[in-house]
Design a protein around this ligand. Structure first.
Ligand code: ZN
Length: 173
């Protein structure tokens, strides 16, 4: 199937628009886990955007997506025609991290990377899958979101926040 790729100046080694993502931002992962935890005991679902290409950095909640005790009902026909949308994410309140038969049908139907998160929605309570339902690796990149910093010594620096965020001293990446 031909895919339209707009030509524009870019780093020739950078991932192309529509490329298979190889990483997810720590911020997006935290947002996914927090959304899944707040939906519990119901299921939560959304779609994943990779922008810049190659890095899943945003969670989109689809209008009309219903979350219930059964599987999240993805209404993929409501997706924007947007090559930055690369796959789906949904939660398993049971805690299972493997795809169900219905998940495999969804994965094979559309998308390059799919994430399943499971209760208790901790930092490791997720797995990534390819379009065939095979487990795959997504590197977690970028700084820790401020809201997830749990150190009792932590004090927000928002009182005198500079216009641009300062690099965090403990950022590993
Ligand atoms: Zn599922």
């Amino acid at each position: 199937m031909p895919i339209f790729r707009p030509q524009r100046k870019r780093d020739p080694d950078a991932p192309r628009l529509g490329a298979t993502p190889t990483s997810i931002s720590r911020r997006a992962l935290h947002s996914i886990l927090a959304s899944a935890a707040s939906a519990y005991p119901n299921e939560f679902g959304g779609v994943l955007r990779a922008d810049p290409p190659g890095v899943i950095g945003e969670l989109l909640l689809l209008p009309g997506t219903t979350a219930g005790r059964s599987h999240a009902n993805f209404r993929l026909y409501m997706l924007p025609a947007d090559l930055t949308v690369v796959g789906t994410v949904h939660s398993h309140p049971s805690g299972a991290l493997h795809p169900s038969d219905a998940d495999l049908r969804l994965f094979r139907n559309w998308g390059r990377r799919h994430v399943i998160v499971g209760a208790p929605y901790g930092p490791g309570s997720w797995r990534a899958y390819d379009g065939n339902g095979r487990e795959t690796r997504l590197a977690v990149v970028g700084p820790e979101p401020e809201s997830s910093v749990r150190s009792p010594e932590y004090r927000p620096r928002s009182v005198h926040r500079p216009d641009r965020p300062l690099p965090l001293a403990d950022d590993q990446e």
